[in-house]
Design a protein around this ligand. Sequence first.
Ligand code: GLC
Length: 549
Amino acid sequence: MTDFSSHRPDWWRQAVVYQVYPRSFADADGDGLGDLRGVTDRLSHLAGLGVDALWLSPFYPSELADGGYDVADHRDVDPRLGSLADFDALAAEAHRLGLKVIVDLVPNHTSHQHLWFQEALAAGPGSPARERYVFRDGRGPSGELPPTDWQSVFGGSAWQRVPDGQWYLHLFAREQPDLNWDHEEVREDFRTTLRFWSDRGVDGFRVDVAHALAKDLTEPLRDLGSPELVGEDVLAHLPPGTHPFYDRDEVHEIYRDWRRVLDSYTPPRTAVAEAWVPGARRALYARPEELNQAFNFDYLQASWDAEEIRTVVTDSLATARAVGASATWVLSNHDVLRHASRLMLPPGTDENAWLLSNGHAPSVDEAAGLRRARAATLLMLALPGSSYVYQGEELGLPEVAELPVEVLQDPLWEQTGRVRKGRDGCRVPLPWTTTGPSYGFGAAGAWLPQPPYFARYAVEAQEGVQGSTLELYRTALRLRRKLLDGEELGWLRDDTPPGVLAFARHDGWRCVTNLSDVPVPLPPGEVLLTSVPLDGDGRLGPDTTVWLA
Ligand code: GLC
């Protein structure tokens, strides 16, 4: 058996990484916001689950204009979330429990509260301080029009005017000015940040919007000509590498530079790119001389359809293998609808319209969603490569689609002129206990309201309960650890009915998922684990995964 233990320098190749969204995980100091001590106190939950690592979404000083992805200081802890000493205690406890620690790095932009941006505002047009960002004069007779037609991912122009008349670029919220990666000081500062956290013992980095750092800032800046296409949608309409700010070839120089820093540590620090770009281009970020891994969102975006998933898995394995990386799999994170709900929406559903209907149009059968989510998870955990699990999915939490608009915090809501409801529904604080204020999240309540049905999903309600989603994850992760060997996968096509996915790993380990709506014969072999109990009639029901030996 191959040793995939945490002692190997390439421990990440088949690791299961648990994403902690710190504000919503556990609140130790009772101020209503999750914090680092809350995470440390609950690390036994992660160790008991059997994951290999935790990834902490940003906990840096931030006014939370974008949930902490607006960073005012990349090398400190937000006082509301704790201190550097609290971070050190967290990392030490995680390591004691055998868990690796990955932190989020947000290099594309800073908060507008960052010292550099404040300096840039004060220093005025043409100053060296403005060079660290992307400031330009506007168009029109008095510069009253934005420099280009570039659109923010969060809606509206990607340019914001400042009182002296210049404009600055922000691909995300107004409070997130984009950095100028052509500037050596910016590059050097991020090397310092990589060293800062690596010196504190972190094992890896998740790189936010990794594909947007390099920009074509040669004058005159060019219009995209298709302002209706925002975000990554525009990539599909341009030849690879030619977009002015997404997925440019020069971005890879930055990661080759980082790799030299990461490799100067023993063991080398790893990294995973968040790059919403198509498969083969995305894999480039995962090259061994760059970051090692790139999130693969194709599985997340696939419909619940056997042929579609087979294609996604085959292509993902091939593109990762082509560059010597291992594949990655994700079903949920802090930016998307939780998969227990999402997988029930008919293909083509307008997710925002569904959120605006408070989850009523179409309505989602909660039990059926959970059943499907569990099947999708067991399928994912049997795939070669590493899986990223989002806090609360081990409880089977659905999306809280019914959040009243008055409580929304996501900048998407305001910046789209109250059109897009945003991502708060997957960020509702976790339920730990079945009763009590905020279901054990913290003494002061939760910063987003938890629905009453959260009690049923609480850790306390599932711990030690046979058949619970929590126990399913625990069993699956324990078993996976034992079964894991090479990174091969072979599809089993013979005798596999339509709508069924079946593949073999090694030593007889097979995974079979019935994505159709009729029961199918259970393949022969020893049943190791099933996503829901089998009926005992020798058949595998709809929306069910079985691991066999
Ligand atoms: C990434 C983060 C997302 C954030 C954005 C801007 O996509 O995952 O939450 O809003 O970057 O930093």
